[in-house]
Design a protein. Structure first.
Length: 123
């Protein structure tokens, strides 16, 4: 119930009071549902270095022949993890700088409440 307020009413209290004054006809106890909107980082959709490095290695072999066949063949796991972190950071910064952050979200932690829970004094 805590957190930033957004909506067509100036305050959470005004929204609750409006809902109490205009309850749905099918409901004796007006309820609202609150949830967290979780927007993912752009890098969540970037993909894994596990797919990127074999693609780079394959391109190297195509361009330079068998001499490049062992390049990137035995990269240690900690170095792969380091590369993944760096790629994610760069991609997220790029998305933020150019306005390409995801505008969609996932709804989590939905809770139902009677509207009277939000009012300092009952209407």
């Amino acid at each position: 119930m805590d957190g930033p307020w957004s909506g067509p009413f100036p305050t959470r209290d005004a929204a609750a009071r409006h809902a109490l004054d205009h309850p749905p006809l099918v409901c004796d106890h007006p309820r609202v549902f609150l949830a967290r909107a979780v927007t993912p980082a752009a890098s969540l959709f970037l993909g894994s270095v596990d797919a990127l490095l074999p693609e780079a290695a394959s391109a190297a072999v195509q361009m330079h022949g068998p001499a490049a066949s062992e390049w990137l063949a035995n990269v240690p796991e900690d170095q792969l993890d380091d590369l993944q972190v760096q790629l994610d950071q760069v991609f997220d910064a790029w998305a933020a700088r150019h306005g390409h952050q995801p505008a969609f979200f996932r709804v989590e932690d939905v809770t139902g409440h009677r509207l009277t829970e939000f009012l300092a004094e009952p209407a």
